[in-house]
Design a protein around this ligand. Structure first.
Ligand SMILES: Cc1cc2nc3c(=O)[nH]c(=O)nc-3n(C[C@H](O)[C@H](O)[C@H](O)COP(=O)(O)OP(=O)(O)OC[C@H]3O[C@@H](n4cnc5c(N)ncnc54)[C@H](O)[C@@H]3O)c2cc1C
Length: 405
């Protein structure tokens, strides 16, 4: 059995686990990251058809970590956002230049984000990557985690000990339960259809959010003149549209979105994501902390799940700065949980309010929907406030969000 003592053991090599590994390695920590899947050899498209809208705060964090130059070629800027509600009056537009910015965010395909972070992690001597790795046991001792696992290359049981455990397993494994954590879930009763599209016209930096009673539809600009579709629908309707022929699918899409970009010319592989709200608590203990989907799974309507998680990672970086993991990091980890809870609650509540306000056809809410969009359109100060919140600058400004240290 091979032994090794590390500062930090991370379980989960999704974008959040990899970002955390790189962030803490930049702080001089030795990191072992264990990932169940074979990250290196998976067909990109088969991995995940999702795209991620990175907020300005996420861009700043990646810039601070010197990762942005590698990510940028695969990112499409969001310069304008158009929000409207099908069948109701009222819409609002946000423009980056009115906020003194070049872009309010950037859109990158999930697999390209993960691949870029993986390449960077492979280059980083302080990071040991183990994938595919099957965790056989996880014990929390006073000194930190002890993890036994098997890798494909070496069937022998291997062991890593660390001073700190970060759980970034996406919240779907039983590891949180093994730590005795409570998980609270609520089904949104919606499934997101995700696909990449080409229209007659290229988007020129416009992102579109179109609300409808059966669920919201977002179209986000992608590199190479494509759009990323995220369309939330009741599960049966989503299933029918995933199975539908291409012509029927395109017709249904135009019924909700209209012809703002001309006609859809090309549709990529359609994938379905059942939508749940999930919170796992507490956020941290004496030598462990939760990150990303392992802590919070949100509705994608506001495109905040990964951005919120990256803000968690950047706060973790701050609270651990100057903290020796050989000592007791418990107090620093409590500060992490205290600092992150308000942002997590606010972001979660904001997404839920959008789903509730726009996600039903009660006529009594028509007025509220039109009024909310109209008010935003007419009130630049409010629009500005909403835009900065969406860009991740609501509160808890970490050092990495401010720019290069
Ligand atoms: C349709 C859709 C659209 C979205 N759009 C946006 C957006 O525009 N902007 C945004 O910010 N967010 C968005 N999100 C949310 C975003 O995708 C998630 O927040 C993000 O992927 C979370 O990353 P993660 O690394 O925590 O989890 P995951 O991406 O789920 O990764 C978890 C990793 O852990 C591994 N793992 C699991 N169990 C184990 C184990 N026992 N041992 C080892 N490894 C394990 C898994 O194999 C996986 O690689 C969207 C989500 C959806 C569904």
């Amino acid at each position: 059995m091979q032994q090794g003592m590390r500062d930090v053991c991370i379980v989960g090599g999704g974008p959040v686990g990899l970002s955390a590994a790189l962030t803490l390695a930049r702080q001089g920590r030795s990191v072992t990251l264990l990932e169940a899947r074979d990250l290196g050899y998976v067909e990109p498209d088969a991995m995940d058809a999702r795209s991620i809208a990175l907020s300005l705060s996420s861009q700043r964090i990646f810039e601070s970590l010197d990762l942005w130059d590698d990510l940028r070629p695969n990112c499409a800027p969001i310069r304008h956002i158009h929000v409207s509600s099908a069948g109701h009056l009222g819409m609002t537009r946000l423009h980056a230049d009115e906020l003194g910015l070049e872009a309010m965010g950037q859109v990158v395909e999930y697999h390209l984000l993960q691949q870029t972070l993986l390449i960077e992690a492979e280059r980083e001597p302080a990071i040991e990557l183990c994938f595919p790795a099957r965790i056989e046991s996880l014990q929390m001792q006073d000194s930190g985690p002890v993890i036994e696992f098997r890798s494909e290359q070496e069937e022998d049981l291997q062991c890593r000990e660390g001073r700190l455990l970060l759980l970034a397993d996406g919240g779907q494994s039983d590891l949180a339960a093994r730590l005795g954590l409570q998980r609270e879930s609520r089904d949104y009763g919606q499934t997101a259809i995700v696909a990449n599209l080409r229209f007659d016209r290229a988007g020129d930096g416009w992102a579109w959010e179109r609300f409808a009673a059966r669920g919201p539809m977002a179209l986000l600009p992608l590199v190479r003149d494509r759009y990323a579709l995220v369309w939330s629908l009741p599960p049966q309707q989503a299933e029918a549209l995933i199975e539908a022929g291409e012509t029927d699918f395109i017709e249904a899409l135009h019924q909700q979105f209209g012809y703002r970009l001309g006609r859809v010319r090309e549709v990529g592989r359609r994938a379905a994501f059942p939508l749940v709200l999930r919170r796992t608590r507490p956020l941290s203990g004496s030598r462990w902390a939760l990150l990303g989907n392992a802590a919070n799974v949100l509705h994608p309507v506001a495109g905040q799940g990964f951005n919120l998680a990256l803000r968690d990672v950047s706060t973790l970086y701050d609270v651990l700065e100057g903290c020796s993991l050989d000592g007791d990091p418990g107090e620093a980890l409590q500060r992490y949980a205290r600092r992150r809870e308000p942002d997590q609650q606010r972001t979660l509540a904001w997404g839920n309010r959008l789903v509730e306000l726009f996600g039903n056809d009660l006529p009594i809410l028509d007025h509220g929907r039109a009024a909310a969009l109209g008010l935003l359109e007419r009130c630049p100060a409010l629009k500005c406030e909403v835009a900065w919140q969406g860009m991740g600058y609501g509160s808890d400004l970490s050092s990495l969000m401010r720019g290069r240290p």
